[in-house]
Design a protein around this ligand. Sequence first.
Ligand code: PLP
Length: 374
Amino acid sequence: MGVDSGIPVVDRVRPLVRENLHAIAPYVPGRPIADVMSEYGLKDVVKLASNENPFGPSPKVVAALQHDLDAIHRYPDGAAKDLRAAIATQHGLQPESVLVSNGSDEMIKMLSETFLDHGDEVVVPYPSFAQYSFGAMVMGATIVQVPLRENLEYDIEAMVKSVSSRTKLVYLCTPNNPTGSWLTHEQVRYFLDRIPQNVIVALDEAYLEYVTSTDPVRSLELIREGRPVLSLRTFSKIYGLAGLRLGYALGDPQLLAFVNQVREPFNVNVLAQTAALVALSDQEYVALMRDKNEQGRKQYYESLDQLGLSYCKTQANFILVNVGNGLAIFDAMQRLGVIVRAGFAGLSQYVRISIGTTNENARCLQVLEAVVER
Ligand SMILES: Cc1ncc(COP(=O)(O)O)c(C=O)c1O
């Protein structure tokens, strides 16, 4: 048995790959600043592409991390006991109602691995966060996409109708990425009251801390009522810790115990655990970030109104703007040193802009005006 069979490795192993993986298109992340700098010979690039916190984490987090660098030769606490206890206390829950993950992305994958098989259906809003469909495809489940209305708000009646006897999991993303549109508590309750009580509903609340609307979803209330609802949260957004990768789910302890079975033993690293503990304790900083983001939203609303560009009202830290040809505007802006995001399925006319600092927003708006006028 020689190795030189003349057949390339790729052709020998392709038949071994699980069939459903062939249909998965790779995730396209926001472009890194360094890539854009070197491609276009730019010295100063603003990245408003990945809904990160432009101010970074609380300074207290950075100080704690410096201290913790001495401990990185040790494995993390696999059960993340202190962190889960702190998250639970913040929400008035027991630690068993908290499961942590390597970013919300991992939680979405774990949910898929726990519950989905070939033939199962997953109901997702469309357009929404791509990872829901990715997780379903990895497991060979069937994705049922429910289009948002023309105004990019949820169509709750259509969501209800799309749940069938094969549905195991529904994602509701609020505020929704990439539109910024949101659900009220009453809408979610209406939905939950009309679907079978054994369907798991994952409420992705990655941007919850930015919400300033008067009737946000009260996911904890729904969990306490004994519904199979999970609230997915992350430290990547308002807490400014996207690079450390830390997400968590809140829900029924026994439901989470099933998900815990597919969790890797040390899925959340030492630095992420320390950072999150300190970040949670600094809620003043969180409030400050929420205020700054709200000012940023207003800055965009005012300038976009002046420019005559329509946009989707947002409760998140990004705004979806109708520019006519999203990819062309994205490309033109990038050449001038501002990275935004375009190319979302079903949203070819739009770019999504993450809300940055006042100066970053001003530069973005200036560049947007220049390229739109061209
Ligand atoms: C709606 C939504 N959920 C989850 C995530 C992933 O967050 P994390 O960085 O925790 O994996 C994002 C990231 O952009 C998001 O927009």
